[in-house]
Design a protein around this ligand. Sequence first.
Ligand SMILES: O=C(O)C1=C[C@@H](OP(=O)(O)O)[C@@H](O)[C@H](O)C1
Ligand SMILES: C=C(OP(=O)(O)O)C(=O)O
Length: 440
Amino acid sequence: MTEAPAHPALWPAPSASGAVDATVTVPGSKSVTNRALVLAALAAEPGWLRRPLRSRDTLLMAQALRALGVGIEEGVGPDGEGESWRVIPAGLHGPATVDVGNAGTVMRFLPPVATLADGPVRFDGDPRSHERPLHGVIDALRALGARIDDEGRGALPLTVHGSGALDGGRVEIDASSSSQFVSALLLSGPRFNQGVEVRHIGARLPSMPHIRMTVDMLRAVGAQVDEPETGGEPNVWRVSPSAVLGRDITIEPDLSNAQPFLAAALVTGGRVTVPDWPFTTTQPGDALRTIFTGMGGSCELTDRGLTFTGSGRVRGIDVDLSEVGELTPGIAAVAALADSPSTLRGVAHLRLHETDRLAALTKEINNLGGDVTETEDGLHIRPRPLHGGVFHTYDDHRMATAGAIIGLAVEGVEIENVATTAKTLPDFPRMWTTMLGAES
Ligand SMILES: O=C(O)C1=C[C@@H](OP(=O)(O)O)[C@@H](O)[C@H](O)C1
Ligand SMILES: C=C(OP(=O)(O)O)C(=O)O
C-alpha cells in the first residue's frame, strides 16, 4: 500500500435513495480478453475477438503484442455485428519495449511470449509492477532455456533476450503468490519446442478457476493439455507442442466487474439484471451467485441473463476466498454493511495485488468508522454504523468499486481517484450513476 496522495481528485459516491432496479450490460472479461489476445498472437492463422474488453489492462496487452509485430485491427467481422479485434499473427520481433502498467496478466503472460521473439524485449511498468511477484515466471523461463536480464531483482524491470525459439520441457515452480505464473507458462507452452510441463511445488495455489480458464482456452485453440482435474497428476500441467489455431471467439462479460452492480441490488434490497451471464464459465465471478445469496439475496439465471434480487437484509458471511481472491474487496464492502460479522479467509496473496488489499480495506473501512481487523490470511469485519469521508483507492480499481458500494448506504463517501477503474472498467462512474437513475 503506497501513501495516499495529499490532494486527491474526489468523486462523491452517490447514495441510493431507494431500491435499485436496473439492467446493467457489463463489458468483456479482462482475463478472457488477455488470454485470447495472447493465444491469437501465437496462432498459425488470423483470428477474431468479439466484444473484447477495452480497458487499460487489455489495451496494454494489445499495444505490447503490436510492438512485437502482431497485427491487431479494429473490425466488425464477417457477421457485421459489434466491435471486434482481428488478430493477425506474425513472426515475433525484438528489439521491442513493453509497458505492463500494473497488469498482472501482461507482466506474467508476455515474458514467455517474448522468448519466441528474435531479439531483446524490455519490460517495465508502473512503480507497483516492480513490487509484484514475477520470480516464478523468470526462474522457470531460465530453467527452460531463456536468457533474461533482471539485474538480480527477480522482478521488473527486465529484458528477455528472445532467440526465436525456446526449448521448453519440465519445470518446477512455486505459484503460491500467483496463479498467473502457471497460466503464463501454459499459454505459450504449445509454441515451445518440447511443450511444457509445469509442476507446482508450493503449499497452496490461489485462483484455480483462472488456471481452468487457461486450460479451457488452450484446448479451444487445439492444444493438448493434461491436467489434474481431468485425471492428471496433482499440481502438474502438461502442454504438448503443437500449432495454435486461429479462432473466432466471443468474450464473456466480466463477472468480477458485475460484482458492484449485483452488490447494489443486495445492499439496497433492489434488483439488477446482467445480460449475457454465461450458463457455464471458468470466471471466478460466477461464485457471486452463491456468495451473495449466502449474504441475503437470491438469483435467477435465464436466457435474459442473471437477475440478482436483494431481500432488504444483508447478512455477514464466513468464507474461504482463495479461489476467487479478486472478489474480496467487493465482498468486504458488503460485509461492512451487513447485520452480522464476517470472516474472509484464504487470501494472504492479496497483499501483493494492485495494492496490499488487506491493509487498504482495513484502513479505509475503519476510516469511515468501521471495525475491520487483518488476520494472517484475510479479514474480520464487524459491521458498525459508518460515516462519510474520503475512501482512498491506492491505484486499485477494486478499491474504487468497493468504496462506491459503501457509498450507496453511507452519505458523504468520496472516492479518491475513481479514474483508477480504467484498469478494467473505464466507464464505471457513468454506469454506476445510470444504474442509480441519476444524471451521468
Ligand atoms: O489469470 C488471471 O487472469 C487472473 C488471476 C488471478 O491472479 P492471482 O492468482 O495472482 O490472484 C486474479 O486475481 C487476477 O485478477 C486475474
Ligand atoms: C488482481 C487483479 O489484477 P491483475 O491481473 O493485475 O493481477 C484484479 O483485477 O483484481
